[in-house]
Design a protein around this ligand. Structure first.
Ligand SMILES: Cc1cc2nc3c(=O)[nH]c(=O)nc-3n(C[C@H](O)[C@H](O)[C@H](O)COP(=O)(O)O)c2cc1C
Length: 236
């Protein structure tokens, strides 16, 4: 199984340890090949809001050099993992900066067919609060990139570092991670046979109608045309 992990911080803290446990659990089912990125080390820029990715293509993003290898690794993955600690009730700023750069591949712009048979997972830890909001931010990207199946690990740790996480919380994390790894391994093994999510079908249909009339962004429209979607080809 090819796994691409995008870490929302550079610390080997509680979030990293959850992700590390997940890798161990997944390895029980099949050999895994992991590509990892750390924010902000591997993508240290904020989106400038220049609209160039939308209007001229993602290769014209001023930060394409950092973005391109991440997208390539996501395209090759069976499983894409986003991780973040809760910072101010949401994802870390450095992860959000990456997610902003990847809006060009949302279903509402230029969906990437290589994402359509991919499984997604978000992992978040918090001292106490904010897991729902933080998870929602990561899940929104996984959902709007058009991934087929999505899972979430939401772990309250009551701690500032992994060594201080109470035994009871660690035991729960181990159980949650083991169960999630099992479900992911099952889904990845027969992903082609899994049904297309309702949201994705609905969104695709709505955007198809809009793209047919699209005179405001030829780059988006050309993408839909090149995929054959404007002439009736079905992506899923
Ligand atoms: C800048 C910052 C903001 C934080 N904001 C919250 C918060 O809003 N709510 C909360 O319960 N914990 C908050 N925390 C605690 C972390 O979410 C928690 O300790 C997390 O497990 C740290 O993950 P890590 O060990 O992977 O770095 C914050 C920590 C930092 C450093």
């Amino acid at each position: 199984m090819k796994v691409t992990v995008i870490n929302g911080n550079t610390r080997h803290g509680s979030t990293w340890h959850c992700m590390d446990l997940l890798k161990q659990e997944l390895s029980r089912y099949e050999a895994i090949e992991v590509t990892e990125f750390y924010m902000p080390r591997d993508m240290p820029h904020f989106c400038k809001g220049c609209f160039s990715c939308f209007l001229n293509g993602e290769e014209t993003c001023p930060h394409a050099e950092s973005i391109d290898p991440i997208v390539k690794a996501m395209e090759e993955a069976d499983l894409v993992v986003l991780t973040s600690p809760v910072y101010g009730m949401d994802v870390s700023g450095q992860l959000k900066a990456l997610l902003d750069h990847l809006c060009f591949m949302w279903l509402s712009h230029r969906p990437n067919p290589k994402m359509f048979n991919t499984v997604g997972l978000s992992i978040s830890t918090t001292a106490g609060a904010g897991l729902s909001h933080t998870t929602k931010t990561m899940q929104n990207s996984l959902k709007f990139w058009g991934l087929k199946k999505r899972f979430a690990l939401k772990e309250p740790v009551s701690a500032m570092k992994w060594d201080e996480v109470p035994t009871k919380n660690k035991a729960k994390i181990r159980r949650d991670v083991a169960l999630t790894a099992k479900k992911i391994a099952e889904k990845v093994s027969n992903i082609e046979k899994q049904p297309s999510p309702l949201f994705r079908r609905f969104m695709f249909k709505m955007m198809l109608g809009m793209m047919k009339k699209n005179t405001w962004n030829p780059t988006d429209r050309n993408h839909w045309e090149a995929q054959g979607w404007l002439s009736g080809e079905k992506p899923f």
